[in-house]
Ligand binder design. Structure first.
Ligand code: HEC
Ligand code: HEC
Length: 214
């Protein structure tokens, strides 16, 4: 897209989102990350803490590289396009409002700078022994403390919402996430979700991983 194109869509977006600065000839700059985040706040919360009642996960504490990748995937349909992915479809619509790579970068810069927040548990207290045993298979890629490993594109998972972790593991199992054509990275995780954890222990493992950040 040309620079003019980017600027025009940015202004159009700012007008739509903020209802301000829309007069012809006003500054044609890309909205700031904070301005763009105004469209995310209703679901992900002002501090990126997420809202369980809307099934929108916490974003605070996620690194820029992972946020960028996921937004790109929601935009290109490798994530959130599966007909059974009701929550993903909601997020996909939002990601598609980010008109350009420059806007993705701006909003990601804002989110990645948010201080981490602790989330409330929604699943029963995990059995730490069983959690530890099951987590060993995950630590290979996600790190001993679930801190993530950018070099293999495995994100930080420690401290994410327990309900969200459980839902994603289940989505990978069924291929709702990680099953799209061309999603090699997701396919790796899909294989792990099928091999490394028994279905009846997913909730326990998710509760364990949330607490790794405490
Ligand atoms: C209508 C509610 C809604 C809005 C508004 C929204 N999101 Fe989301 N978002 C969701 C839901 C629901 C999910 C979880 C999708 C899933 O379960 O796979 C999600 C997931 C995400 C993820 C993936 C998190 C992860 O750990 O993989 C990112 C990143 C994200 N949203 C960023 C944003 C940004 C940036 C904006 C603003 C441009 C935004 N969202 C606006 C509902 C929303
Ligand atoms: C072979 C390396 C590997 C192993 C082992 C692995 N993962 Fe992953 N995992 C990944 C990669 C790569 C991604 C990013 C996939 C994507 O972008 O969709 C990922 C993504 C995830 C996500 C999504 C995070 C988010 O914010 O949406 C969760 C949850 C997850 N893994 C949990 C686990 C659990 C639990 C285990 C152990 C049972 C595990 N992983 C084992 C590589 C791995």
């Amino acid at each position: 897209m040309s620079h003019v194109g980017i600027a025009l869509t940015a202004v159009a977006l700012a007008c739509g989102l903020l209802g301000a600065g829309c007069a012809r000839g006003e500054a044609r700059t890309i909205p700031t990350g904070a301005q763009l985040y105004a469209a995310c706040e209703s679901c992900h919360g002002a501090d990126g803490q997420g809202k369980v009642e809307l099934a929108a996960p916490k974003l605070a504490g996620l690194p820029a590289w992972y946020l960028t990748r996921q937004l790109q995937r929601f935009r290109d349909g490798t994530r959130g396009k599966h007909p059974d992915d009701e929550r993903g479809l909601r997020m996909r619509a939002m990601a598609r409002q980010m008109m350009s790579d420059a806007e993705v970068e701006a909003v990601v810069g804002h989110v990645a700078a948010m201080p981490d927040v602790e989330v409330v548990s929604t699943l029963p207290e995990p059995d730490p022994g069983v959690g530890k045993t099951d987590f060993a298979a995950c630590a290979v890629c996600h790190g001993e403390q679930g801190e993530g490993n950018e070099s293999i594109m495995a994100p930080r998972i420690a401290g994410l919402n327990d309900w969200y972790l459980a839902s994603q593991i289940r989505k990978y199992r069924t291929g709702i996430r990680g099953g799209a054509e061309g999603d090699d990275v997701g396919a790796t995780m899909q294989e792990m979700a099928n091999k490394a954890v028994a279905p009846e222990r997913i909730d326990n493992l998710a509760a364990y991983i949330q607490r790794l950040a405490e």
